[in-house]
Design a protein around this ligand. Structure first.
Ligand SMILES: *Cc1c(COP(=O)(O)O)cnc(C)c1O
Length: 393
């Protein structure tokens, strides 16, 4: 089925155009490592690219291919490259686009390991990187050097919920031939389409919204052009960051309900945000859908909705954060986000506990900061859970 001219919600269910020889309504799992050649000439033609077909699962597999085509259509890109995890996607992109002597500019509050791998490993190979508040376009301009090859953005950023203007950043990068990569995990293509805003490459941890059921990890990269796709695909194949066919099957199943999951989660999140904003024990709240968010206007322009991720600060600081974590019953105390279940996390005592208080504060991770990923349960139960837990704080 060709879904090119159909709507997003139809694409979620059908894009990819997989056609099964037995008429299977779903994409089968081709759980095989390798594919038989019909004869010596067929093998030679496949390797030379004269014939289309499958050789070996690390290079390509029908189940993985179906997912790659589906997400590429959702992001309005040329082609997708599915990976073992979100970090598999990040590393495949870095490896393909950067070499010794090159420089990358990135969002300062980017996903921790996306920065960590650059500073702990790529730096050993002579790749430089700078981390700036990309929500301030002047800081992006100032950070660009003659050897800058990649501008790597994450918006909204985690856990500060700051937005970066993708269109404005892309305009600067284009003049200088810099490749713009956007980690779109926090929005998913349901809310934001970076390639339409001028970016060259978009990537995801499909672990989060795209799969949406907290049952697999995975990643995907979508490039705008065949040239970028070929460069990154070669890196993925040689690094061995490929997805597995069973994983791909799970994601194909999960993505079909992306819109209805995100619509419900956002409806819930707006109510939770309104509730928290008025709560006496809450110091501040960052949710792009509140008029109090510093970039409410940009959120309305760049995204088609405000999502279901909320950050808030407790007046009681560190101890209040820990008490809240120990008092919730419905919200699962866990990292990750974007699933059907509500998750809660306290960065100062959990994900960012390894950093000093000074380092945390430099990254705007205050002691009372709580990250809340609103699920699709009944909003009454989500708010009742917060109410009883906040009463103990
Ligand atoms: C989780 C996450 C990643 C890493 O993905 P994994 O699937 O855990 O490897 C990258 N970027 C963002 C924004 C994330 O939230």
């Amino acid at each position: 089925m060709n879904t090119t001219n159909m709507d997003f919600n139809t694409k979620l269910v059908h894009a990819g155009g997989y056609e099964d020889q037995f008429g299977s309504a779903t994409v089968p799992i081709y759980q095989t490592s390798t594919f038989a050649f019909k004869n010596a000439q067929h093998g030679a033609d496949l390797f030379a690219g004269r014939d289309k077909g499958y050789i070996y699962t690390r290079i390509g597999n029908p189940t993985i291919d179906a997912l790659e085509r589906n997400i590429a259509e959702l992001e309005n890109g040329y082609r997708g490259i599915a990976t073992a995890s979100g970090m598999g996607a990040v590393n495949s992109v870095y490896f393909a686009l950067l070499k010794a002597g090159d420089h990358m500019v990135s969002t300062n509050s980017v996903y921790g390991p996306s920065r960590g791998v650059m500073e702990s490993f790529y730096a050993n190979f002579g790749v430089e990187s700078s981390y700036v508040d990309t929500s301030d376009i002047e800081k992006v301009k100032a950070a660009i050097k003659p050897n800058t090859k990649v501008l790597y953005l994450e918006t909204p950023s985690n856990p500060t919920m700051l937005l970066t203007d993708i269109e404005a950043c892309t305009a600067i990068a284009k003049e200088k031939g810099i490749v713009v990569v956007v980690d779109n995990t926090f929005s998913s293509p349901f809310l934001q389409k970076p390639l339409d805003l001028g970016a060259d490459v978009v990537l995801h941890s499909v672990t989060k919204f795209i799969n949406g059921h907290a049952d697999i990890v995975g990643g995907i990269i979508v490039s705008k052009t065949p040239e970028l796709d070929a460069r990154i695909r070669k890196a993925m194949i040689m690094l061995g960051t490929n997805m597995d066919p069973h994983q791909a099957f799970m994601v194909i199943r999960g993505v079909k309900t992306l819109s209805i999951r995100q619509e419900r989660a956002e409806e819930n999140a707006r109510k939770v945000a309104d509730y928290l904003e008025k709560h006496p024990k809450i110091d501040w709240i960052k949710y792009p859908g509140l008029a109090s968010h510093p970039q409410f206007e940009l959120a309305k322009k760049q995204m088609s909705g405000f999502g279901s991720m909320i950050s808030f600060g407790l007046k009681g600081g560190f101890e209040a954060g820990k008490t809240l974590m120990d008092s919730v019953h419905l919200a699962i105390l866990a990292v990750s986000l974007g699933g059907v279940e509500t998750l809660i996390q306290h960065p100062a005592s959990m994900t960012h506990a390894g950093l000093s208080k000074e380092a945390r504060e430099a990254a705007d991770i205050t002691d009372g900061l709580v990250r809340f990923s609103v699920g699709i349960e009944s909003v009454n139960d989500i708010i009742a859970d917060l109410e009883q837990a906040l009463a103990k704080v």
